[in-house]
Design a binder for this molecule. Structure first.
Ligand SMILES: *[C@@H]1O[C@H](CO)[C@@H](O)[C@H](O)[C@H]1NC(C)=O
Ligand SMILES: *[C@@H]1O[C@H](CO)[C@@H](O)[C@H](O)[C@H]1NC(C)=O
Ligand SMILES: *[C@@H]1O[C@H](CO)[C@@H](O)[C@H](O)[C@H]1NC(C)=O
Ligand SMILES: *[C@@H]1O[C@H](CO)[C@@H](O)[C@H](O)[C@H]1NC(C)=O
Length: 498
């Protein structure tokens, strides 16, 4: 470009025009190739009876997912969290698609960071997020033994910021108010009423500030003494605080180890225990690793006719390999990914699930229809729990009135290059993996008539972008802008160098 400018003095005006035209053309082409901007169209999920449904198509939605917190629970900081790095998201979401999942659960985020790119990528891949509002950082979680020391203004500010930001994404499926807060005798004495209070605060905040009603739930520890009474306590209706009960209940379950059956695993008793529960219940963590290699045979049971009237699917713990050895993939120090055996096995299992069949079963003549399930009124006493604690709520009231200030999430336009993974992926044998390297938009543009099939083959033809998921942004506008910019730079350069 500078050469063009220098030549200005000697060249004829004709030549100058040619140069000018050439560079403009070059830039138009360049911009065209990188400016195929996209924006996602994800259907919100809502709750109807004890099922999740797609708010647009009314299809019953079954969670088929993984828990995702690369680096473990401490992997949240001022600089980063699992949804803050677009390059890592592109890498992992391409693998999520290959795995065939429709939901991830993330345990901790920092609401001061920008999550737009990662959330857009998830939306394009038609993957929903269930998000815990707490983090291990100070002032961002309840102390289970002394909740009164941590249930305060700063804590609620954090919780509300997470809500404020993520409720603007249509693919936020729900929030967890807590994960395993009640997990032993002492916490069962001290924490239940506080958890209910947090749920109340969250739901009131959402009602007042969020663009749509996003359900709030709780994720329970794998301990039979508490998880069932707690589900009834957290789910019951309190006429004085009508927003203080959960909308759904997550169960962390590791009871199916190795080869089991519906009854030998005790899944039959779980189903019996929640048969009358009026809200969606699902496994917020599953995948026992006491017997290796994992075969994920519980997937067959979880999405069977016996369980889907009561359970809305589940999330396998967990995507990345961490010291506790539950990973599907191992991430190397350079960001390269080694697929573990569990990845292939789970991919096969999830691939066998036919969402149309599940939907038809759920909406058809199932014996335990929603109508028979009622939300019960709160009782005075719940087995193994102490619930008679008065939790102060005045500061929560003020915060909810005022609202919190944080960047509200929005989907952004991403150049298609950003959807391509830049990291190497290796098979269990060590050879390069020939899988999906690019996030492939899944939905069709028509939102009302074409439900997607979760089990569509992950590999296959390249999507036809002109008809797939995208509302293409005005490319011309983009080019024009780029052109003006270029023109300006060009002229300035000419001024300086001539
Ligand atoms: C979210 O979903 C609603 C209802 O389908 C839709 O009207 C809205 O445009 C969606 N928002 C985004 C950002 O996709
Ligand atoms: C979904 O259900 C709502 C209300 O139940 C109804 O108005 C709407 O037409 C349904 N949509 C579809 C696509 O069936
Ligand atoms: C899912 O089941 C439906 C209904 O039985 C069937 O029409 C469809 O082909 C199945 N899809 C796949 C991918 O097997
Ligand atoms: C993509 O869609 C357009 C418009 O419907 C169609 O004309 C074209 O043939 C399609 N291309 C492929 C490769 O399917």
């Amino acid at each position: 470009m500078l050469k063009h400018c220098f030549s200005k003095q000697v060249d004829t005006s004709f030549l100058l025009l040619t140069m000018h035209f050439r560079s403009t053309l070059f830039f138009v082409i360049h911009i065209l190739s990188s400016c195929l901007l996209v924006s996602g169209l994800t259907h919100p999920i809502k709750i109807q009876g004890n099922h999740f449904i797609d708010a647009i198509t009314n299809e019953t939605f079954f969670i088929k997912g993984v828990d995702y917190q690369p680096g473990g629970s401490s992997a949240v900081s001022e600089e980063s969290d699992p949804l803050s790095n677009p390059a890592i998201c592109a890498r992992d979401i391409a693998l999520f698609q290959e795995l065939g999942i429709n939901t991830v659960r993330v345990y901790s985020v920092n609401p001061e960071l920008d999550h737009n790119a990662c959330m857009t990528m998830l939306a394009l891949a038609d993957i929903y997020l269930i998000l815990d509002v707490n983090s291990p950082l100070p002032n961002q979680h309840l102390n289970r033994y002394e909740p009164w020391t941590t249930y305060n203004d700063q804590y609620l500010q954090h919780v509300f910021k997470v809500i404020e930001q993520f409720s603007y994404y249509n693919n936020t499926l729900g929030f967890f108010a807590g994960n395993e807060v009640i997990n032993d005798g002492l916490s069962a004495k001290r924490s239940p009423a506080y958890v209910r209070s947090v749920i109340n605060d969250m739901k009131r905040y959402i009602k007042k500030h969020s663009p749509r009603i996003i359900p709030v739930g709780y994720s329970a520890a794998d301990d039979l003494r508490y998880r069932i009474p707690l589900s009834y306590y957290l789910g019951c209706h309190d006429s004085e605080k009508p927003d203080s009960n959960v909308d759904f209940y997550g169960v962390n379950s590791y009871q199916w180890c190795g080869e089991q059956t519906f009854s030998s695993s005790g899944y039959d008793q779980l189903v019996a225990a929640y048969r009358q529960y009026s809200k969606p219940v699902f496994f917020s963590e599953f995948g026992c690793n006491n017997v290796l290699p994992r075969t994920f045979s519980e997937v067959d049971a979880l999405y069977s006719e016996e369980m889907i009237p009561v359970f809305s699917g589940g999330l396998v713990y967990e995507f990345t390999q961490e010291p506790n050895n539950y990973g599907l993939v191992e991430v190397g120090s350079g960001g390269e990914v080694h697929l573990l055996n569990d990845f292939q096995v789970l991919k096969e299992k999830y691939g066998q699930i036919n969402s149309t069949v599940l939907h038809n079963l759920a909406s058809g003549n199932l014996p335990n229809s929603n109508l028979m399930k009622r939300t019960t009124s709160c009782e005075n006493i719940y087995e193994n729990l102490h619930t008679e604690i008065n939790v102060p709520d005045t500061f929560a009231f003020d915060l909810i009135e005022k609202g919190v200030k944080v960047r509200q999430g929005k989907y952004i336009d991403l150049p298609s290059d950003d959807l391509t993974s830049k990291f190497k992926v290796y098979n269990t044998g060590g050879d390069l993996h020939e899988g999906i390297k690019e996030i492939k938009p899944k939905k069709t543009t028509d939102t009302s008539t074409k439900p997607f099939h979760e089990n569509s083959k992950p590999s296959g033809a390249k999507p036809n972008r002109s008809v797939r998921a995208f509302k293409r942004k005005p490319v011309l506008e983009c080019c024009f802008l780029a052109y003006v910019l270029l023109e300006f730079t060009y002229q300035v350069a000419c001024l300086i160098y001539s």
